[in-house]
Design a protein around this ligand. Sequence first.
Ligand SMILES: [Zn+2]
Length: 91
Amino acid sequence: MAYKCPVCGYPALAREPRTAVNGGSYEICASCGFQFGVSDDDLGHTYDTWRTEWVARGLRWASIGVPEPEDWDPGAQLQALSANIATPTGQ
Ligand SMILES: [Zn+2]
């Protein structure tokens, strides 16, 4: 099962980014670099501000340890996110 990043739309998060019970997953999105439970809870970033900054930096692949997929298309990923931003994913 994979989950979609609510910041950038990356569809391959290993864990649900945030649950009511456990809070942030502490997973770092390989695409945009947001760490759920740290970037937000500890550092005060919102999904919107992080996304805006990520776009401003040119939609760059954030992870060093995870290789960028050859067919990665961050623009399409973002469009898919905005198209169904209120839809739960990972089911
Ligand atoms: Zn992301």
